[in-house]
Design a protein around this ligand. Structure first.
Ligand SMILES: C[S@@+](CC[C@H](N)C(=O)[O-])C[C@H]1O[C@@H](n2cnc3c(N)ncnc32)[C@H](O)[C@@H]1O
Length: 270
């Protein structure tokens, strides 16, 4: 075996020490660089999440606009062609609602909870049937698509309920179709005399300051259909709430009702 040369061994260790110190410095500066990068740039997974959220927000706004610019029958056919669009719409709708300081559906549930549970209710455009799930009353829940055995699928301008059979008709942000007067006519048909009509609508649709309809013209038209106004609440920032009762006697001479146009509610990008 060749004996190690003292000078060579000494020189080799020093050079190895210098090399490993250099390697440690390089590794540490690489770690620092990575740490700075992860603080300033989003990781690829959070970037993907952001893109997915943007995409589903875009889909929601597109479906929402469609529902406000077609008739109930067209909306029914739209969802029949692709029922998954309904879930996409409702995911986006719930995301929007979570930003509202108060949800109108909660006001309606509160109203029902302080009235007799024996009142029979028809929820027109019920969405996820929150009303039916929150009260003791018998509730008929209608929407374009049914993902729940308690929801009756179809166009709410024809509920197939018996005439004069329910005590309360609810429209919570659901006067969406261009033919919205037909939904109110159907509510008038199925309500018992003196029955309640509760309407919550997006405030901007009934606020002339933001290009919406004149709320008094809307109230007048509902009265001409055969209702008496009981209360109107404009105190909420996001929605208006009306209570009417069905007149006892049918209107004898029915004249043409001047229904105001209700503009679509366009949700902002978040
Ligand atoms: C804005 S969402 C409100 C849902 C629920 N009322 C709430 O407050 O959470 C309106 C609902 O009305 C339904 N809708 C709109 N037009 C309809 C029609 N012609 N027949 C049945 N449902 C309708 C939509 O499918 C949607 O689920």
């Amino acid at each position: 075996m060749i004996p190690p040369v003292a000078g060579f061994v000494m020189e080799g260790r020093r050079s190895r020490n210098r090399k490993s110190a250099k390697r440690r410095r390089a590794q540490s500066s690489e770690r620092n660089r990575d740490a700075k990068k992860s603080k300033s740039e989003p990781s690829s997974s959070s970037f993907l999440e952001k893109m997915k959220a943007r995409l589903s927000g875009g889909h929601f706004r597109m479906i929402n606009e469609k529902l406000y610019t077609c008739t109930g029958e067209e909306a029914l056919n739209y969802f029949k062609e692709d029922p998954s669009l309904f879930n996409m719409y409702h995911a986006g709708y719930q995301a929007q609602m979570s930003q509202w300081p108060e949800q109108p559906v909660h006001k309606i549930i509160e109203w029902l909870q302080v009235h007799s549970p024996s009142l029979t209710v028809a929820d027109f455009g019920c969405g996820d049937a929150r009303v039916a799930k929150s009260v003791k009353n018998k509730v008929f829940s209608f929407d374009l698509v049914s993902n729940d055995p308690d929801v009756i699928a179809g166009d709410m301008s024809n509920t197939r309920l018996d005439s004069s059979s329910v005590d309360v008709a609810i429209f919570c942000l659901s006067l969406m179709g261009l033919n919205y007067p037909n939904y109110l006519k159907e509510a008038h048909r199925v309500l018992k005399p003196s029955g309640w009509l509760l309407i919550a609508e997006v405030k901007s649709r009934l606020d002339p300051k933001t290009g919406g309809a004149d709320p008094n013209k809307f109230i007048k038209a509902v009265c001409e259909l055969g209702f008496t106004p009981v209360s109107k609440d404009f105190t909420n920032k996001m929605f208006v709430l009306f209570h009417f009762t069905k007149q006892e006697k049918p209107i004898s001479k029915r004249k043409e009702i001047a229904w105001p146009e209700l503009k679509p509610c366009i949700y902002k990008r978040r």
